[in-house]
Design a binder for this molecule. Structure first.
Ligand code: HEM
Ligand SMILES: Nc1nc2c(c(=O)[nH]1)N[C@H]1C(S)=C(S)[C@@H](COP(=O)(O)O)O[C@H]1N2
Ligand SMILES: [Mo]
Length: 870
């Protein structure tokens, strides 16, 4: 080991702040130059390939600027970004985790920091100090001693899914990978604070990040004396494994508080405030606590005092361990397996305490076997020198701030005779993981013995972890489903002394409002959602999230992006009982049963797949604008390219698609339904006929149409569909709300761009020589120039005179206009759209026109079920 110190490791003491922060740099060159781990006995970072691509998933979110690794498991839907790596992938990286696989816990959007702004990034140190200062990145990097140290960060929510399976907590589910380890580089916080000279009486240091959240900036505090104590290792960091911090991990600067829960390690650091009381930041008060187990979500919501009692705030991590091998759902073939199976996993403790033993049991905890433990962190204690521009100086530090790895070779015969492999760790304070879970409102610090269930299947053993972070399955769910009580001290196994079947006393939270009896169709859901009211579905019930957009802790975007969707799975996975108890206020009705199925059946997109048809009913896909053709002074055809030349849109006749794009002015998404003018089986492209509603003296203009008009060629819009409850099946057959209906004739009443859905149906009939359905089109416009699709309409009327009649009426026709004049009137409706057997009326136009038509047609003898409004 003596050779270690003499090895020349390239250092980067002279950090050029700007160059060092290129986010697009693929790979840190220093790593190539470093000695291999065999030469120097310290574990070096695994090969890292920082992603440079923005994933499609992130494109429509406030994090559209953050490149990410697709392997990460998203725990709270698309946004905010809360992810853990797959457990095996994390473990297999070894002691250090590459930044792209490092778990992420973001309460909101990632602040966008440009390269050129980094040197000017500043941190203000203020409060109870004699010398308040503002330090720039340059000061922080150049004027303070820099250190590099390996540190494991663990989210207080690690393993929370197990808590949520017992009883839903006020927190989303984490599997056992809510932890990662890296070499952090930067100055000690003690040095930074000393230069501001804290005053007598100062006891805490509050930290604040730049991420703007629903309840203010993220912030928290730790004790000042800890921050000043070098043994506690609290530091600021701007590098992780020698790379500049990535956006998700706090670029350009964060706090790292070793040995404590990750929540104290504030990212995107902007302020340090020295105070005499703990932080009053919303996230300090309402997050990262273990309330007494009897405090229910409702109790905690009713009484603030639970949240302000500092005794319940978490600082040091507790002792914890988990098994990685056997993996979840691993199968061990007994005919080919050797005699021994080596179980492996990780263990960590808090506050710098060392893991002093890890024990495994195969008989429910009656007897234990001692595992071997590897402390990779200790290898750094013997190393002296610089690494990534920071001094590695840990020889005198006795503290353990990193995870350790345990392993134990077990005779396969013993596994075969056992129902479960249990693991527990102990630390140097002799704290040991408990057998039983300590459930609490926030579900944090979950650390009971980690149990891997073993079952026999033929000649194999099947292993099962308690849960999977994002998928169904795991032994806990199975036990719960079969009526077992997970909290009975025997992992839910029924004991002989037990009553025949004890029902878990879990109270279901009712999310429905008393007296709400409205039945909502799929169409209504879609229409209202596309009109800017975010209606979404959870367990077959419809909620309108409009009134909660501003107050929503998850941000408005998580609600708006749920508009028109069945989000049961995500919603239930994310929300606490408290959140669910709020839902009656937003409950507006029940979705029609057929609609529930239609929503559920829609498939999820597979990225990179060459799909024959473009549209998917529950997923947004991007289309590129390739051409704008001017039709008249206010009307254009927008040509969009499909994903490949032979792809078709996949829009049934009579149905619509939703288009979503960002309002260039407010930057908010706008969603509207359209019917393309191009044919549904056209390959490679789609054409939309759109009348642009420019602002007038008294009218604001159409937001969507103006936004479309401004969209540059090559830009993307999001599309989803089909929607609509009407479909023309062909040869006189109509499908309406899932029911077939024969028609011999159709009356089509339209105004302005209302012609588009009507034209689509008309064209389908006209193109089919075997279709004998007849039509009348009553088309109202202002000027002759405003008539859309006129030549096609007239061509049809000419070629199929017996079954196609087209009547135009103009409100401001010029003198030369020979056709009808005035609005669509009672007389016109009587003359061209009188009730008939085996007929129906299709209507599409401005709201006033649609209302007038409805009233008049009903008065003239049509039944409501004969009318369809697009
Ligand atoms: C009006 C309806 C809604 C209400 C009353 C509501 C309420 C809440 C509450 C109280 C929280 C804080 C955490 C908790 O107590 O569980 C929360 C967080 C959150 N909600 Fe909602 N929510 C609504 C709709 C939605 C929808 C439709 C989604 C999308 C599926 C969503 C996604 C989220 C996310 C991602 C978080 C935060 C995750 C984090 O802590 O970073 N919410 N919501
Ligand atoms: N500014 C800011 N800092 C933050 C958070 C945050 O949302 N905003 N999340 C905290 C929590 S709860 C954890 S567990 C760690 C996670 O750090 P990581 O995302 O780099 O793994 O960051 C902490 N620091
Ligand atoms: Mo966390």
């Amino acid at each position: 080991m003596a050779t270690v110190a003499t090895l020349a490791i390239p250092s980067t003491t002279n950090i050029c702040v700007t160059e060092d922060y290129s986010p697009t740099k693929k790979r840190h060159t220093e790593l190539h130059d470093l000695p291999t781990p065999q030469e120097v006995d310290i574990p070096l970072p695994p090969p890292s390939f920082l992603p440079t691509e923005i994933l499609d998933l992130d494109k429509g979110t406030p994090d559209h600027h953050v490149p990410r690794d697709p392997r990460l498991l998203r725990l709270t839907g698309v946004h905010p970004f809360n992810v853990e790596p797959p457990l095996t992938a994390l473990f297999n990286e070894g002691f250090l985790t590459s930044p792209e696989l490092f778990y992420v816990r973001n309460h909101g959007p990632v602040p966008q920091v440009r390269d050129q702004d980094i040197p000017e990034w500043s941190v203000r140190i203020e409060g109870l100090v004699d010398n308040p200062v503002t330090l720039s990145m340059r000061d922080i990097v150049e004027n303070y001693d820099q250190i590099t140290a390996p540190i494991t960060l663990v989210c207080a929510g690690n393993r929370r899914k197990e808590q949520n399976t017992v009883r839903k907590s006020k927190g989303f589910s984490w599997g056992p990978s809510g932890l990662s380890t890296a070499l952090f580089t930067g100055p000690m916080m003690a040095d930074i604070l000393r230069s501001a000279r804290p005053r007598r009486g100062a006891k805490f240091v509050c930290m604040e990040g730049a991420d703007r959240l629903p309840n203010g900036f993220y912030g928290t505090s730790v004790k000042l004396n800890w921050a000043l104590d070098r043994n506690k290792g609290i530091m600021l960091a701007y590098k992780m494994n020698g790379e500049p911090l990535t956006p998700d991990h706090g670029r350009p600067l964060r706090v790292v508080v070793p040995g404590q829960i990750g929540g104290r390690s504030v990212k995107w650091l902007t302020r340090l405030i020295v105070t005499d009381t703990p932080s009053d930041n919303w996230y300090h008060v309402n997050d990262n606590r273990v309330l007494p187990t009897m405090v229910s979500p409702e109790m905690s919501a009713q009484d603030k005092k639970w949240w302000t009692d500092e005794r319940y705030a978490i600082y040091d991590l507790n002792v914890n361990s988990a098994t990685v091998y056997p993996e979840h759902e691993e199968r061990l073939d007994l005919t080919t397996s050797g005699e021994l199976y080596t179980a492996k996993g990780y263990a960590y403790a808090g506050g710098g305490r060392r893991i002093t033993r890890v024990e495994l049991s195969l008989d429910k905890g009656k007897s234990w076997r001692l595992a071997e433990i590897k402390y990779a962190e200790d290898r750094y204690r013997e190393y002296e020198g610089e690494l990534f521009g920071g001094k590695v100086d840990m020889w005198q530090r006795e503290t353990c701030f990193c995870w350790s790895f345990w392993s134990l070779a077990i005779p396969v015969a013993d596994l075969q005779d056992s129902d479960a492999l249990l693991v527990r760790a102990m630390d140097d304070a002799m704290s040991v993981q408990p057998r039983d879970m300590y459930w609490s409102v926030l579900g944090m610090m979950n650390n009971p013995w980690f149990r891997v269930a073993i079952t026999k299947e033929g000649n194999s053993l099947i292993f099962e972890h308690p849960t999977h972070p994002t998928k169904a399955g795991g032994w806990m769910e199975k036990v719960k489903k079969s009526g077992g009580d997970l909290t009975n001290g025997y992992w839910g196994e029924r004991q002989q002394s037990d009553e025949p079947l004890e029902q878990a006393p879990v109270k279901e939270i009712c999310m429905k409002k008393d007296g709400v009896s409205r039945i909502i169709s799929l169409d209504e859901l879609k229409i209202n959602s596309s009109n800017g009211e975010p209606w979404f579905v959870v367990d077959g019930e419809v909620y309108d999230g409009t009134a909660f957009l501003e107050g929503h802790p998850g941000g408005a975007i998580s609600i708006t992006s749920s508009a028109g969707l069945d989000v049961s799975e995500d919603f239930l996975a994310i929300h606490s009982e408290t959140a669910k108890a709020m839902m009656p206020d937003y409950h507006i009705g029940t979705l029609r049963p057929d609609a529930i199925k239609a929503l559920k059946n829609s498939t999820q997109p597979t990225p990179g797949e060459r799909r024959p048809t473009f549209l998917q009913p529950n997923a947004w896909f991007k289309l590129k604008l390739s051409e704008k053709k001017t039709v008249s002074w206010d009307t254009k055809i927008f040509v969009f390219q499909l994903e490949h030349d032979t792809q078709t849109l996949g829009l049934p006749i009579g149905q619509h698609l939703m288009i979503k794009l960002n309002d260039p002015i407010s930057n908010e998404p706008i969603i509207r339904s359209y019917t393309p003018i191009s044919e549904g089986n056209l390959q490679g492209r789609m054409e939309l006929l759109v009348k642009i509603y420019h602002p007038g003296t008294n009218t604001p203009g159409g937001r969507m149409t103006m936004a479309l008009d401004r969209l540059p060629l090559g830009a993307d819009v999001d599309c989803k569909g089909p929607t609509g409850r009407f479909e023309y099946l062909g040869k006189g057959e109509v499908l309406i709300s899932g029911k077939k209906r024969p028609v011999q004739s159709m009356k089509m009443i339209c105004g302005g761009t209302g012609i588009t859905p009507i034209f689509q149906v008309l064209r389908a009939v006209m193109q089919d020589t075997n279709d004998s359905t007849s039509f009348v089109v009553l088309d109202g416009n202002r000027l002759e120039e405003d008539i859309l699709c006129r030549s096609e309409l007239e061509m049809y009327a000419e070629q199929h005179a017996q079954r196609c009649r087209v009547v135009h009426t103009l409100t401001q026709g010029s003198e030369s206009w020979k056709g009808r004049r005035g609005r669509i009137s009672e007389t016109l409706l009587q003359e061209f759209a009188a009730p008939e057997e085996l007929s129906m009326v299709l209507i599409c136009g401005p709201p006033a026109m649609e209302q007038f038509a409805k009233r008049t047609l009903l008065a003239q003898g049509w039944a409501e079920s004969d009318l369809h409004f697009f």
